[in-house]
Design a protein around this ligand. Structure first.
Ligand code: CTP
Ligand code: CA
Length: 222
């Protein structure tokens, strides 16, 4: 199906999506980050727009063009991403947390460039807020969807995350098979069990994920 002919499964739905990595400053020229191209999150934004949703995209630093129809907020750090999500969450129906948020940041960023020496350099890291867990715990939480990129024990780790963060749905994949790639596969985990979206372009996976979400919203488990 072409974009123009996608069923309008998400008409009138408001969706907030985070995408890409975060950068946590060490000094003015260096940062700690995670590998993430933003392709999956941006594909979900595109697919949601095709299906009639009103999309807000909170994006870390990526080399991608944001869909023109999305309201896009660009951020750098995890703390900035949390602030942008919190100030846009009211009235959202769905939150899809695709961003590869850095779990730690340097406790203090050096104002000036740190000069190299041959001695080991020790950085003290502070833990970053968990954006998805923070939103999912709100009394007015929208339908929250997580992502889990794992290197091993995919289903066990992903299901543990889904339960820990109290999510109705999590999408899991093997990190090395997805990072930076145009194609991947996804396993969707919900209270009913698991559902495989086989190897396909990320836009196809995004449509499959959003169809699954639309079906869950149409048929809530009571
Ligand atoms: N996430 C988030 N904020 C964080 C860390 C993660 O919102 N500070 C979200 C991610 O966007 C993803 C989900 O939580 O949707 C799982 O992220 P992941 O890094 O796989 O899980 P963690 O809980 O951080 O556990 P770990 O890194 O130890 O596997
Ligand atoms: Ca993490």
């Amino acid at each position: 199906l072409q974009a123009s002919t996608q069923p309008q499964l998400l008409a009138d739905k408001r969706i907030l999506i985070t995408a890409g990595p975060t950068h946590e400053a060490i000094d003015p020229v260096r940062a700690i980050t995670n590998h993430s191209s933003g392709k999956m999150g941006y594909s979900i934004a595109r697919a949601a727009i095709e299906m009639g949703a009103e999309v807000t995209l909170v994006s870390g630093p990526v080399a991608l063009q944001a869909p023109a129809a999305a309201r896009t907020v660009h951020v750098t750090s995890a703390q900035e991403m949390l602030a942008a999500v919190e100030s846009n969450i009211k009235g959202q129906d769905i939150f899809i947390s695709v961003a590869a948020v850095a779990d730690y940041r340097p406790q203090t960023a050096s104002v000036h460039k740190i000069k190299k020496s041959t001695a080991p350099l020790t950085l003290t890291l502070a833990s970053n807020p968990d954006i998805l867990a923070t939103i999912a715990a709100r009394a007015d939480a929208p339908f929250c969807v997580g992502f889990a990129a794992e290197s091993e024990n995919l289903l066990a780790h992903a299901e543990e995350k889904r339960r820990r963060k109290q999510l109705p749905l999590i999408a899991a994949n093997i990190a090395s098979e997805s990072l930076g790639q145009d194609e991947s596969s996804l396993v969707l985990l919900d209270d009913q069990g698991s559902h495989l979206l086989p190897q396909a372009p990320k836009l196809t996976l995004a449509r499959g994920l959003l169809q699954h979400i639309a079906a869950m919203l149409d048929h809530p488990i009571t």
